[in-house]
Design a protein around this ligand. Structure first.
Ligand SMILES: Nc1ncnc2c1ncn2[C@@H]1O[C@H](COP(=O)(O)OP(=O)(O)O)[C@@H](O)[C@H]1O
Ligand SMILES: [Mg+2]
Length: 321
């Protein structure tokens, strides 16, 4: 049984101008034990998708349709109180993209730990702190850190602490949204190492790692899913996909990283001008067609669906004519 399975999931932002179709028909299967790298340029819907995958959907975001089965339970039909009690933190934990900014400057790390754990378990403060100490030791984080305020910690340390805390209730699936994007390369490495340690120590079995940086994916993911304009365009085994991308969008992403100069990389996709479309009114046919170097007549008329060929899923008329 996969840890996560979704069918036809749509979640739109409701705005005065209409719906922003940020998650628009997602079929995703995540097998147990996998570290899935979810990638795509900024604005492609990655953060909206990972929030929707755990049913953390709040206005203006609206769950439109689809089913989400997490660890055998259909969570797409659960209400918020049920999700809070039985799902969040316990089955799945999300370290959101803005986790570091959300830390309260007046709260010590221990206060944060208490918030996370005592919400779910009937345990004393002392027990909570000793749970946290044990986890910090397992992850080679200094136990002293627990008594510090956020501003006393470096960015990389804060990120590792927030990740460690989100694993306290031993969720089966951990989702981390761009945990390394704000960090320099050597600090990134420490965070990535800790994520791998979590898996190796069998604290976390399955993981979704969100990033817009393919170079980071190479270091951690064993399976990769690429998103473009609210849809999955390609999915497959990490090495195979990075070495032989089939979708023209994946090809552009992978090749953009080959450029070593950070200035060029930061400018975006060297080989691919333009940017992702406005999701209020996405292009007809394949959403990538206006930027695609290989676009054909059919790409402007008909939407390609994800199809499978030798362990790879691709949505492209060129690959599956
Ligand atoms: N609160 C919001 N209200 C309206 N639109 C939003 C909101 N948050 C994100 N969006 C839009 O949804 C789309 C997907 O955004 P997001 O999920 O953050 O993408 P990513 O994480 O890949 O950068 C973008 O077009 C973005 O502008
Ligand atoms: Mg994001």
């Amino acid at each position: 049984m996969p840890i996560l399975e979704t069918k036809g999931v749509k979640a739109y932002y409701s705005t005065p101008l209409g719906y922003i179709r940020a998650v628009d028909g997602i079929d995703l299967t995540l097998e147990k034990g996998v570290i899935l790298g979810l990638a795509g340029e900024s604005g492609c819907g990655k953060s909206t998708l990972v929030n929707t995958l755990m049913m953390n959907v709040r206005p203006p975001l609206r769950f439109i349709e689809g089913t989400i089965i997490l660890d055998g339970k259909e969570i797409s039909s659960m209400d918020r109180s049920m999700l809070k009690k039985n799902v969040w933190g316990v089955l799945v934990s999300l370290v959101p993209q803005s986790a570091l900014n959300a830390l309260m400057p007046t709260q010590r790390i221990t206060d944060l730990v208490k918030d996370v754990v005592m919400h779910h378990m009937n345990v004393s403060e002392q027990e909570v702190v000793s749970m946290a100490k044990k986890r910090f030791e397992e992850l080679n984080l200094e136990v002293d850190t627990l008594y510090r305020y956020p501003h006393e910690l470096s960015g990389g340390m804060k990120q590792r602490v927030v990740i460690a805390i989100s694993t306290l209730l031993n969720p089966k699936l951990l989702i981390v949204d761009e945990p390394t994007s704000a960090l320099d390369v050597s600090t990134q490495k420490q965070v990535l190492k800790m994520l791998v340690d979590l898996k190796r120590a069998k604290i976390i079995e399955s993981m979704i790692f969100v990033t817009h940086d393919i170079a980071v994916l190479r270091q951690i993911a064993n399976w990769i899913t690429i998103m473009y304009a609210g849809k999955i365009v390609e999915s497959g085994l990490a090495d195979d996909m990075l070495n032989h991308p089939k979708h023209p969008y994946t090809f552009s992403l992978v090749n953009a990283v080959v450029t070593p100069e950070p200035e060029v990389r930061n400018r975006g996709l060297a080989s691919l001008p333009g940017e992702p479309p406005n999701l209020l009114d996405p292009p007809k046919g394949c959403r990538f067609n206006p930027r695609c170097p290989n676009a054909m007549e059919i790409c402007r008329a008909k939407e390609p669906h994800l199809e499978e060929k030798s362990n790879r899923l691709v949505a492209c008329h060129l690959v599956f004519p």
